[in-house]
Design a binder for this molecule. Structure first.
Ligand SMILES: [Zn+2]
Length: 221
């Protein structure tokens, strides 16, 4: 038996979050950390074009580790587990706002979640809302993930040309209440830009649901 050191890169059987306990069968987190992610929902209504933002839990602590492992460490087997945790919150949001259309923000890793492992949520949406559609396509692929781009101004510059509404979707959106789903909200500028796009072709209202939020405490309503 090797002696284990917390945080050591060389002993990968230790939990990626607490660095103290052995990992569970998932291979990344111990069972204590795995089960310590609770809903701490956010509701926020102060964006210019988004009519409302709903979120499952803050991007901190074990939630931050979860997302990081899934997006950057290939922890695919955490995805269905996270999906199960998020499902009740998402279901409530769907019941409350009763969207006509549900779509995803086409951030690359997130689309992979939903098309592969995150089907817990996708099935829910498909089952509840047959009008689950991919409204957007990517234009330019940003050089780095958006949340690594500093200020709001830079994000706007960065986003320019990043997302396009699929031309055939413009008519579909007219007069509709749209719910967009994403993994993380930081400044809200992605959601706000997409809401602007949808409203410019006649969407009635646009809401955003994200799994995690990283909005400054002062902004949380
Ligand atoms: Zn742990």
């Amino acid at each position: 038996m090797f002696k284990k050191f917390p945080g050591s890169l060389f002993f990968d059987t230790l939990c990626s979050h607490c660095h103290a306990r052995e990992v569970d069968q998932n291979g990344f987190l111990c069972s204590v950390c795995l089960n310590s992610l609770y809903p701490k929902p956010l509701r926020y209504f102060e964006f210019e074009f988004l009519d409302g933002v709903f979120s499952f839990a803050p991007y901190e602590g074990v939630g931050k580790t979860y997302l990081h492992l899934i997006k950057f460490q290939g922890a695919k087997n955490l995805i269905p587990f996270l999906g199960k945790l998020v499902k009740p919150t998402l279901r409530k949001v769907i019941e409350e706002i009763k969207p006509d259309l549900v779509s995803f923000v086409p951030t690359h890793p997130f689309r992979v979640w939903f098309t592969r492992g995150f089907d817990q949520v996708e099935e829910l949406i498909k089952g509840t809302y047959p009008n689950y559609v991919q409204l957007f396509e990517r234009g330019l692929i940003p050089k780095k993930p958006l949340y690594l781009v500093g200020s709001k101004f830079n994000r706007k510059k960065h986003l320019k040309g990043s997302y396009k509404l699929k031309p055939e979707m413009a008519k579909l959106v007219e007069g509709k209440k749209v719910l967009l789903i994403d993994d993380l909200i930081t400044t809200g500028s992605t959601g706000n830009t997409l809401a602007y796009l949808l409203k410019s072709v006649g969407a009635d209202s646009v809401y955003l649901f994200t799994v995690f939020y990283k909005i400054k405490a002062a902004n949380v309503g």
